[in-house]
Design a protein around this ligand. Sequence first.
Ligand code: HEM
Length: 221
Amino acid sequence: MRNKPLFSSITGKVIMAVSGAGFVLFLLFHGAMNFISIFSADAYNAICDFLGANWYAVIGTIGLAALMGIHILCGILLSIENLRARGTVRYRTKERPKGVEWSSQNMLVLGLFILLGLALHLCQFWYKMQFAELMGREPVNGMEQIRYIFSNNLYSILYLIWFAVIWLHLSHGLWSMFQSMGWNNDQWKRRGQIIAYIVATIIILLFVSVVVYYWLIYPHL
Ligand code: HEM
């Protein structure tokens, strides 16, 4: 007998799409903000000061954390629901149905890797900047912290691997989001996939260029 669903998968997909869209906007802003550091250290430090421990930035951080909690919880519930619906029938990992991307079957695992990278990233930046300021300590300088972290080979490589994982999660997530919005006829399915690849690639290139610049180019200038 089919188990009763934990929650409607339509509701779940809409929640994933809306929270995912919030992250895409955040990543676009965050990527563009970091990219500015390549052209002007002063402008970058001014943006970091503006974001610091000001009330609007703290509200933004709390909103982002709530969005992340909802996205993760819903992702886990949807994955459990998919496993329950499939019952004893499991995909054999090597026999992926034609047209199904590897990332689409591994969104939960990719998401967990992203979370691990995020933990390292927040310890290296947010904890020493906004959190330090909130705790009444002197925050580190954003520009100096970027130069310091990406002068380290290991951190730079770990960040680039992290970005590759984010690209996989993002490109599939965006495509799913378009499908949840109704772009699921043959023509728009393909177009949606191409748009998802383009948007995910632009976002990730903003981040990659910052790491590559401070790791390989800046030390030789
Ligand atoms: C080159 C890559 C990156 C650099 C240089 C960078 C830099 C920073 C800096 C300086 C902060 C602290 C801002 C402040 O507290 O004033 C920060 C916070 C943060 N970063 Fe990044 N970041 C990078 C990539 C990413 C990526 C890929 C993600 C997401 C997957 C991410 C997610 C976050 C989050 C969630 C925060 C906390 C934001 C908040 O306080 O509201 N970052 N990052």
